[in-house]
Structures are given as C-alpha cells and as structure tokens.
Design a binder for this molecule. Structure first.
Ligand SMILES: *[C@@H]1O[C@H](CO)[C@@H](O)[C@H](O)[C@H]1NC(C)=O
Length: 375
C-alpha cells in the first residue's frame, strides 16, 4: 500500500525536476544516467518476519535477490525491482545484491544514487565485479550482447556475496515479477541440488551444444551420464542458488573449466548459459514454470513478438533480442510490452541539454502515485 506522503514526495520530485529542466539547470555531463521517477513506497504486511536488530544482511528473515546493474539495462532493472517490491507480501524483507562492472561508467556511486532516488528505503548492496576476470574466458557467441562480461557475473555470486547469505535468487534485468517472490524463495532444495530453476524437457537439448561436442567420445552423452534425471534445458535468467553448496562444490572453478574448453573446442554457441547446463542439467531442482515465462523478447536474431506460454504466470522474462523498452521507444511494442510499461520508472535521458521536455504521455499512470496526476 502506498502511503500518501511518498506520493506527495514523488509529485514534488517531478515538479522540481520540471522546474530544473525548464531552467536548463538540469543539464549534466554526457553519459549521465537516465532519470527515473520515485516508486511508491511499500511496507511489510502482517505476519512478516521481524527484523533482527543489528543483523543487517545476515538477518535470517531476508529474501536475497541478486541482479546485475549497468547503464544499458538500468531501465529494465528499475522496472524489475519495482515489480518485485510491488508484489512482495514483505517488501521490506527483500535484500538486493547488485553486481556492477567495476571499470565501467556509471560508477558504483552513481548507480547507488539512482537506486536510492527511486527506492528510498530499498535494502541493497552493490558489488564491483572485475570484468577483466572473465574477459579472457569469453568466446564469441551468437548475439554480441551475450558476450558482455556482466553476463558472467552470476558465476561469481558465491564469491561476492557475504558468507552469511545462504541462498540467492538470481534474476536477469529483463524480468517482471507479478507474484510474491517469497514463494520462489521458499523452494525446497533437496540435499543434492545446488540450483533450482524451471526445466524445459520439451526443448531439444541437443541443439544447445555443437556436433563437435556430441561426437567427442570424452564429451557428449558421457558428460550427463549418472545424473539424477535426464538432462533438460533450463534458463539461467531465473535461478535459486544454494550459495553454500556452490562454494563447497567449487562450482565457480568448474564453470571456468568449461569456458576454457569452449575456447579450445567450441562446444556451444550461446554465452553464459551452456556451462550451467553442462554442470546442472539433470540435477537442478525443478521449479514451477510460472516463475520463468521466458522468450518474450523473441528469438536471438529478430526479436519478434511472442505470447505467454500456457499456465499461470508469476514472472515474465523478455529473454531474446527484443527488449520491451526498445520496442516501446521505437513505437512498435508487442502486446505484452504494455504490461512491462506499467512498471517503467523512466522519465528521460540523463543529458538534459539533449533531452526534450518529459512527455506526460510517456509517464506510466500505474507506475506513479495517482496524486501526481490530480494536481
Ligand atoms: C535435435 O537437434 C539436433 C541437432 O540440432 C537434431 O539433429 C535432431 O534431429 C533434433 N531432434 C529432434 C527430435 O528434433
């Protein structure tokens, strides 16, 4: 529930922003972050775990969400965060762990300010991720965006997050939650499982690896022999990861070993996903498909419109080439992009000298307190 005071504050922020833009005082250096509206504030409901005084990030009542953060996908991240808070029964119990490339602009300080401006009471930490640590391991893939070092940051979650964090939900920046993420958090992980994710056993698993992989007697089917179940495709954009088991099994090293082999032999075409399939296919704990309604960005080449899969929806995922913010800006949104738009906090480009005045039409009515519009 949005309190009246934050609604007023958001309204004041907007008015102040309009005055600044009109006077030209809002002009900022080139490369500045886009501007985002303040999200309505949300409070824990009845029955939420009470915060343990002084426990901070180690508080056992927290739900830990890990995401990457960069300028390119910031608009997606903002919408994703907003959607998670909005649908959470205990939004104040969410703790966000953001991985940001260390050498890239914007810096951690700027990202921190942008998050705090849109989500004043958000509990989060930003971890600088050393992109050069993976650059040497990345091989060319089918889509250039899949080669970005930050895509590989999920391999390093267990190294970067505090040791007291027992598990984390990793989410891509192009997702939207439409359900309480605590339900995903409470996924049971049996003793053998390190990762839980929705599995897609109808997908042709063979095509995620090259002929060179399948025809190599040391690789191919042999890699998956002895797994708990037949190997199935799963998407790494939504995963529950047991960080303690990940650490004790030294999975970061095991991912890197596959990436090194890929550089020698080209055993797959996609970016950061296949090493996860190699390590966990047939071993992941299956999660209900409602938690990753993926593929809404279309394929990796055209980014065409795709409908939701059958069944209930808790999380929508614009995986693929087409991102809702790009298609909306281009004036060619897919039907489901309008759902994403209702969580879009974007109000303009960072460089006010180039940006036109904010268009009221571009402000999403459901993403902002009604008070803003009734003034
Ligand atoms: C699965 O993909 C492989 C490799 O692309 C292909 O050879 C095989 O025929 C496909 N199988 C099915 C059942 O479509």
């Amino acid at each position: 529930m949005a309190a009246a005071a934050p609604a007023m504050r958001a309204g004041l922020v907007l008015v102040a922003f309009l005055l600044l833009a009109a006077s030209g005082a809002g002009a900022r250096a080139e490369g500045a972050l886009p501007r985002f509206a303040e999200a309505p504030e949300y409070r824990n409901g009845e029955g939420c775990p009470a915060a343990v005084a002084g426990a901070g990030v180690c508080d056992p009542g927290l739900v830990h969400i890990a995401m990457t953060l960069d300028a390119h996908y910031l608009r997606g991240s903002m919408a994703a965060i907003y959607s998670l808070l909005k649908h959470a029964s205990c939004p104040e119990s969410l703790f966000f762990h953001f991985l940001a490339a260390d050498a890239a602009a914007p810096g951690v300080g700027e990202l921190r300010s942008a998050l705090a401006a849109s989500f004043p009471s958000l509990r989060f930490e930003i971890y600088p991720f050393r992109a050069d640590a993976v650059t040497g391991l990345i091989s060319a893939s089918v889509r250039a965006a899949l080669e970005a070092p930050l895509n590989y940051a999920r391999n390093y979650l267990a190294d970067l997050l505090p040791k007291c964090v027992p598990r984390a939900i990793y989410l891509d920046s192009d997702v939207l939650a439409v359900d309480d993420v605590r339900r995903l958090w409470e996924t049971r992980l049996p003793a053998a499982a390190v990762v839980a994710a929705p599995e897609y056993c109808h997908a042709n698993f063979s095509r995620y690896f090259t002929d060179a992989f399948w025809s190599d007697p040391d690789l191919g089917a042999r890699v998956f022999a002895g797994r708990r179940r037949a190997p199935c495709y799963f998407n790494t954009g939504v995963m529950v990861i047991d960080l303690r088991r990940w650490r004790s099994g030294n999975y970061r090293h095991r991912v890197e070993q596959w990436m090194e082999l890929q550089k020698e032999k080209r055993i797959y075409e996609l970016g950061s996903l296949p090493p996860f399939l190699l390590l966990f296919a047939g071993e992941v704990e299956a999660v209900d498909h409602r938690w990753n309604q993926h593929g809404l960005g279309g394929d990796n080449i055209l980014g065409s419109c795709r409908p939701l899969h059958k069944g209930p929806v808790s999380l929508m995922h614009w995986s693929g080439k087409g991102k809702p913010w790009d298609r909306l800006d281009a004036g060619r949104p897919c039907p489901l992009d309008h759902t994403w738009k209702s969580y879009d906090l974007y109000i303009g480009d960072g460089d006010a000298s180039q940006a036109s005045a904010p268009s009221w039409a571009s402000l999403s009515s459901s993403a902002l307190p009604a008070a803003v519009f009734s003034w």
